[in-house]
Design a protein. Structure first.
Length: 187
């Protein structure tokens, strides 16, 4: 009996892990609905990722700032290799047109695993609401702007003991990455 319960718990926890293939599919679907950039990102010579900015609601609470910092770290981890490859491909160093990628978190509520364990679905859904703006740095011209919103239902959070809540960060990162890749390559 104990063995079968342990096997069930292990299987359940593994199944709550974020599936990269599923996240990629969601990212493709989401970016398909987003307004494309006004011009091909590959027409720029240099690319930069600006520090994330936080809306007032996020800045007010230290736990929200912590989660936003984790999100920014994940964004940098995923986007910097892409940006480096684009900068290398342009071959023009720092000269030419510069594109700055900006992110701003408006609202954020990610329930912790501990809180989910004790209060479950009563803590409501988790969500992240972020603006992604790509700007020509020299002129300030907005080349693309989109809102990325993801939520995890309260019940999913309760059943996964907070794992689906924490997966939101990965979804936001993957959607951001896909949007940039899609608009770099567009015709």
């Amino acid at each position: 009996m104990k063995k079968s319960f342990l096997v069930f718990v292990c299987f359940f926890l593994i199944s709550c892990a974020s599936d990269p293939a599923k996240r990629q599919q969601v990212a493709i679907e989401e970016t398909g609905r987003m307004q494309p950039t006004t011009e091909k990102l590959s027409s720029f010579n240099h690319f930069q990722l600006a520090d994330m900015t936080l809306g007032p609601e996020v800045q007010e609470r230290s736990e929200k700032v912590e989660i936003a910092e984790k999100l920014e770290e994940k964004l940098k981890e995923k986007l910097m290799p892409l940006i480096s490859s684009w900068n290398s491909a342009s071959g023009s160093g720092d000269s030419g047109r510069v594109l700055e990628i900006q992110t701003k978190i408006h609202t954020l509520h990610v329930v912790s695993g501990g809180a989910r364990f004790f209060a479950g679905a009563f803590l409501g859904e988790s969500h992240i609401d972020m603006d992604l703006v790509v700007v020509e740095k020299g002129t300030g011209k907005v080349v693309g702007q989109t809102r990325i919103r993801r939520a995890s239902s309260a019940m999913a959070g309760a059943w996964s003991v907070g794992r689906s809540d924490r997966n939101l960060l990965d979804y936001i990162v993957d959607i951001t990455h896909q949007y940039l890749v899609k608009n770099y390559e567009k015709n």
